[in-house]
Design a protein around this ligand. Structure first.
Ligand code: NAD
Length: 308
């Protein structure tokens, strides 16, 4: 495949939460692939990231929970770069809190940023994408948006909502050639993990068959693929990044999932065996038609369906 198929030459993107972590990795990869990128973040530190990326990047400080901020960011993007093709709804906050310990204020704040934020974003960008002849919206959910997880009720609730919103929006926007997909990362090494006790993170990594934590760049490659025209057939897919983490915990597939899911994994042999041993029906395919020059990371994809 071609690096041509995943190129973003000529495309314009907004990436939220781009001051660090996965958002920063996505913005960097997008610019490397030829896109013009408006990085946004509530933290002004995104400005330095954009500056280092040069003329293809700009920064706009934004609270993703604010309607007015979204109107301003979309306007600034189209004025600066002339069009809008891609939105990555990446910004989110995370708190480890049990049901009984979650305060009203915490629930509302997590919901405002993680759930209302992507809703406002999709609604704000759709007209500009329609004017551009189509587009791609990638909503970053989580493995916690595919299953129940202890002690993160509010966060997981918003990530289920992101998955649901993605499917609903995908149906409504398909006629405008706007694709909407959600990505469900496993455990990725970013500052967000600092909210967990170290022992908790270590246990999650130990539970992975390949024993390594996911990197922001792993997810960025998936985001790149979905943003590119190579992903033209993908609407409302639930994609699991770092799937080995989910396999390690036995959650290889959401039992309520009616659609097939593709999983991109670093270690296809271990993952495939694990999937089949857990009762999944699976098809293993080379990823050469999907992910560009990343054979060492995502050499294959696995299609799971009819999970047990
Ligand atoms: N790290 C993981 O293990 C993991 C796992 C699954 C899903 N995710 C998801 O991946 C995405 C990226 O997270 P990350 O790991 O890079 O975390 P991170 O905490 O490193 O980055 C999040 C970014 O969002 C920004 N942000 C927070 N509130 C904001 C607001 N109101 N408006 C605009 N920006 C705001 C932060 O300033 C930060 O730069 C999130 O949606 C997260 O829920 C992360």
């Amino acid at each position: 495949m071609g690096r041509r198929q995943c190129t973003l030459d000529g495309k314009v993107a907004i990436v939220t939460g781009a001051a660090r972590g996965q958002g920063e990795a996505e913005a960097r990869l997008f610019v490397a692939e030829g896109a013009k990128v408006m990085l946004t973040d509530v933290s002004p530190e995104g400005g330095a990231v954009a500056e280092a990326l040069g003329d293809l990047a700009a920064f706009s400080q934004q609270d993703v929970g604010s309607t007015a901020d979204w109107e301003r960011v979309v306007k600034a993007t189209t004025q600066r770069f002339g069009r809008l093709d891609i939105l990555v709804n990446n910004a989110a906050i995370y708190k480890m809190r049990s049901l009984l310990d979650t305060t009203d204020e915490e629930f509302d704040e997590i919901t405002r940023i993680n759930q209302r934020g992507p809703f406002l974003g999709m609604r704000a960008v759709a007209p500009a994408m329609r004017a551009a002849g189509g587009g791609s919206i990638i909503n970053i959910s989580s493995g916690a948006g595919l299953r129940g997880v202890r002690n993160v009720l509010a966060y997981a609730t918003t990530k289920w909502a992101v998955r649901g919103m993605s499917k609903c929006a995908a149906l409504e926007l398909a006629g405008d050639r706007i694709r909407v997909n959600s990505i469900h990362p496993g455990v990725i090494e970013t500052p967000m993990l600092n909210h967990n006790p170290a022992a908790f993170n270590e246990a999650m990594v130990r539970a992975t068959p390949i024993g390594r934590i996911g990197q922001p760049e792993d997810i960025a490659r998936m985001v790149l693929y979905l943003a590119s025209d190579a992903a033209g057939q993908f609407h409302a897919e639930a994609k699991i990044g770092d799937a080995h983490v989910l396999f390690g915990n036995g959650y290889f597939c959401d039992p309520s999932m009616s659609a097939a899911i593709y999983i991109y994994v670093p270690d296809v042999d271990a993952t495939f065996k694990r999937a089949v041993s857990l009762g999944a029906k699976a098809i293993r395919e080379p990823a050469d038609s999907t992910v560009r020059s990343d054979a060492s990371i995502f050499s294959h994809r696995i299609l799971l369906y009819g999970c047990a």
